[in-house]
Write a protein that binds this ligand. Sequence first.
Ligand SMILES: [Zn+2]
Length: 349
Amino acid sequence: MAGLTESLGRLQERFAAAAAAVTGERELEALRVHYLGRNGEVTQLRRTIGTLPPDERREAGKAINDVVADMEALLEDAAGALRSRALETELAQSIDVTFPAPSCGLGSIHPVRRIIERTCDYFTRHGFAVVLGPEAEPEYYNFDALNIPDDHPARENFDSFWLNGGIVLRPHTSPIQVRTMQRYPPPVAIVAPGKCYRRDATDARHLYAFHQIEGLLVAEGIHFGHLKGTLEHLCREIFGPQQSVRFRPSYFPFTEPSAEVDTTCPKCGGTGHVAENARCAMCGGSGWIELGGAGMVHPNVLLEVKYDPDKYSGWAFGFGVERLGLALYEVDDIRRFVNSDPDFLAQLR
Ligand SMILES: [Zn+2]
């Protein structure tokens, strides 16, 4: 037994030194076979157990098993070390940390949102509050309170999406005017951006869901000149210092008098042509582009919100934000604002 213990000790030392020096998986496997294989050194030692006195055999078997367990643990450690060394080598070869990183596709503010922000910025600098309202409104706020009674033909101009219970997806942002005036006494000065919905067939100039921005100023002594000055300066801020505005007589039930508002075509500068004999495509040669409607708030609307029309007067306007975008960014098709085309959006960034 003493001889066996001594042999095992020497064998274990040799094995440990060899395992520490292993540099590859094949070498490691060869080491395992040499010691633990069918004809390995340990197996041969095990065969000598039969030559020992019977009372020593059990102890000898246990000693050999202990050594085998240690050796297997060492083999496992050596294999793990080889694997991590291989990974390090691979990483060192395949990663060039100086290589430029691929673009991660940074987003940008949507052009429609940017126009809303610029317009709101103009108005807040002039003392207006930005107000939002619900997109689904009862008929009352969409029509009745805005001087459009049930049988009024103008109601048909707002070809709307109806929900259950007389609720309408608002076809304009004007309900916000009513809600604001019912809540606050005059004077009020607000700008109200938001989504609107109409049952329009989609084409290059129409969307069934679009954005409007609405302005309202009601106080004592407000007249049409204030409206003209405000919109002219707004257009100059958005499009450039040369802009002028034009008012064409129109009809809306909630304003009197009412007007369509145009501004100088920013593409041709109001001349109607971009080069000699080349008609401007953006304004169709007219030199003007449409922005939306405006006018003096109808006395019936003021009465509805319990403002005294003999004391107070006001103006209101409503512009299509995407329409502004067509002119501002020289875009030929309004659908491009909703197509989520990253190239288009990057162009306007
Ligand atoms: Zn033009």
